[in-house]
Design a protein around this ligand. Structure first.
Ligand code: PPE
Length: 309
């Protein structure tokens, strides 16, 4: 669904609330030419306690961390970005939504060096349902291992959520969809499993849970951290700094993706090979149920993860 069909009309831009159609930038914006933006994707859930941002402080913190390698000074404090977002949600006709903060080098002059370009900051919110479809959450998805590899962490800071890096995600994701798959799994330069184009990956084997470590060219996902915490609290052993070979995908009992957009999405096939029983596995289901119970506040645990609108 396009933005124009959605019930949202305001964007926060550089300290002001502006009408949706006026949130414009110049075509010679640095970030457009060189991919010099950093961004976030978070969710506001419609909880039993009213609308609430999920792990917002961690998202803002990661935005500031992503800006660092690019020497980008975001001209607004953590608190200003929080207040802006809460007010933006109050002004929109949404119960639950996706939140997209972005900071980027703006318009002044062109050339790879952004020296004189101002840093621009914007926040938009809009309704965004299940990332890979409602059915995917229950049935699981079919994925392929992409022929594209992830950027190596020696080439770019892969732990910074940088706009330009997403050309890799686009190539991998669209390749997969061209072949009829819902999504891709992307290997790193060493050939080990990294993550999805917009998701972290988890593997279940003999009742234990594994996920590639931070040195495997992955984004340090906040949902990844959530799932590690929830799984451990449920009593699972979680190994969160492993290398996973491609072959281990096929022999896994279960696989699932995590992400702010993707939430917890089971993977039922990789390259047309069934994973486990070929449907959502019991560990994935337990974690997924716990995840939705927590984000919808059907339990009062983990209250520290919520910022109420
Ligand atoms: N890896 C990548 C490459 C990634 O983009 C995301 C988020 C994750 C892992 C999971 O991170 P986290 O959201 O903190 O759990 N992808 C965002 C963008 C999706 C999009 O299509 O755009 C997201 O989920 O918001």
């Amino acid at each position: 669904m396009g933005f124009d069909e959605m019930d949202v009309d305001t964007i926060w831009m550089d300290g002001e609330f502006v009408p949706w159609e006026d949130a414009q930038i110049h075509v010679l914006t640095h970030g457009l030419h060189y991919g010099t933006g950093v961004f976030e994707g978070a969710r506001c859930y419609d909880t039993e306690e009213g609308p609430a941002l999920f792990r917002w402080d961690e998202h803002v913190e990661r935005l500031f961390q992503s800006a660092k390698p690019y020497e980008m000074e975001i001209a607004h404090s953590h608190e200003e970005l929080t207040d802006a977002t809460l007010e933006l949600i109050r002004r929109q006709n949404v119960e639950s939504c996706y939140i997209r903060p972005i900071a980027f080098y703006g318009y002044d002059s062109l050339g790879v060096s952004p020296r004189d370009c101002p840093t621009r900051t914007a926040i938009a919110v809009w309704p965004w349902g299940a990332y890979l479809g409602e059915e995917a959450l229950e049935e699981g998805i079919e994925v392929m291992v992409s022929s594209w590899r992830k950027h190596s962490s020696s080439q770019v800071p892969t732990n910074a959520k940088t706009t330009g890096l997403y050309v890799n995600s686009l190539l991998a994701g669209e390749e997969a969809r061209r072949y009829g798959y819902a999504e891709a799994i992307v290997l790193n330069k060493e050939g080990n499993v990294a993550e999805g184009p917009g998701e972290n990956l988890f593997l279940v084997r003999d009742g234990d849970i594994y996920t590639p470590g931070l040195s495997e060219s992955i984004l340090d996902g906040i949902t990844r951290d959530t799932v590690i915490t929830l799984a451990r609290d449920l009593g699972y052993d979680v190994y969160d700094s492993v290398s996973l070979s491609r072959g281990e995908l096929n022999t896994a009992d279960e696989l699932f993706f995590t992400g702010s957009a993707a939430e917890v999405t089971p993977i039922r096939q990789v390259d047309n090979v069934e994973i486990g029983s070929g449907s959502r596995g019991p560990v994935t289901e337990a974690i997924q149920q716990r995840f939705f119970e927590v984000v919808e506040r059907r339990t009062d645990e983990y209250d520290e993860w919520f910022t109420y609108v």
